[in-house]
Write a protein that binds this ligand. Sequence first.
Ligand code: DOR
Length: 428
Amino acid sequence: MTYLLKGGRIIDPSQGIDRIADLLIIDELIDSMEPKSIPKDAEIIDVSEKIVIPGLVDMHVHSREPGEEYKETIETASKAAVAGGFTTIVTMANTKPPIDTADRITFIYKLGSEALSNVYPVGAVTKGLAGRELAEFADMVEAGAVAFSDDGRPIENSELMRNALAYSSQLEIPILVHEEDTLLSEQGQIHEGEVSSISGMKGIPTQAETSMIARDLGLLKISGGKLHIQHVSAAESIDLIRDAKTNGLPVTCEVTPHHLLLNEMIILKSNFHSKYKMLPPLRGEEDREALVEGLIDGAVDAIATDHAPHAVFEKDNPFDISLPGVIGLETAFALIWTKFVREEILTPLRAIELMSTAPAKILDLPAGSLGSGSIADVTVIDPNHLWTVDPSKFFSKSRNTPFEGWELNCKVVMTIVKGKIVFNELIS
Ligand code: DOR
């Protein structure tokens, strides 16, 4: 198919572009911006008043397949993804069984080949996510693993972590880490701070995260490799990462929309509603502000959802027995645009870089650009579309969002993956 997206505001951080232009897509590829001639068979799509951006990349998605298909599948996660403007999702290895062999990486690609979005699997760092023995990295890379992670769990054994980083250096792919000292966080439900003191609920201290980050930055110095820190939640963590970057260490990190927009007080105000339970926990306001500061000054590289679907029977429980995790694919971009771009905290270019160009670069994925010859993964946004988050309308199988009822002013209206329109709510 040939499409001409006509008259839109094109924002492409990979080329530093933010201007009105036409975009020609021929088959799977971006042909050009402002083409000299338009093929006769081109379908012209009027995107005036809309914004055209490189398809979003979510580098942190729990698809739950195989093993927990009642929560989500690759198919439903990809439907949720494209509805939220994500053309690429990167799936975590903590499925049942975990993705810890080349065959299982191949299995995810097979499922992904039928999905609406691009799907790239992450392989487990340790066999069975058990933290005892490294998985077969080289085989999994050969099968297409784009990174390694035991996400959901930390890598507690420092020797294993050191070796994982050494392999990462040889294979040139990153280790994505969930930083949590489980001896410090044991039984913890919420941030150890104001709300834990008032309520007596057991807290998870910031140091459960920072001590592991400090360890891994130290190991990175001696092992080399690429280290990416997932769902960073605390101000002190941002300081550590910022300093490491200043010292030239190859570390990157991501933050989630929920840690950027909520703090521990919402848990108190909601009378301990389990929709605010996740790992790491929502922290104090000064932590939230530091994460936002990190987006602006570059200490933070990417925004990722940590889309963690759970069924109603697992989530709608008293706080202490509810499962941790929230979904985010269908709300992330609209939240970031409404709360940070509209409020002029982030420029449009920076917001899109954080959610597309930068995660693609961290994982070396063919995504994040509208340059000529790039794969035609494109998202069209209506920046003046008011809507209210209503989980009953989600494409995801799960409903566990902390943003139900939020009024957002920006909506994904069209998503194109490899030149094919896979989501279309454009009324022209
Ligand atoms: O809240 C979370 N849920 N944090 C994680 O790190 C894992 C995730 C899950 O898999 O449910």
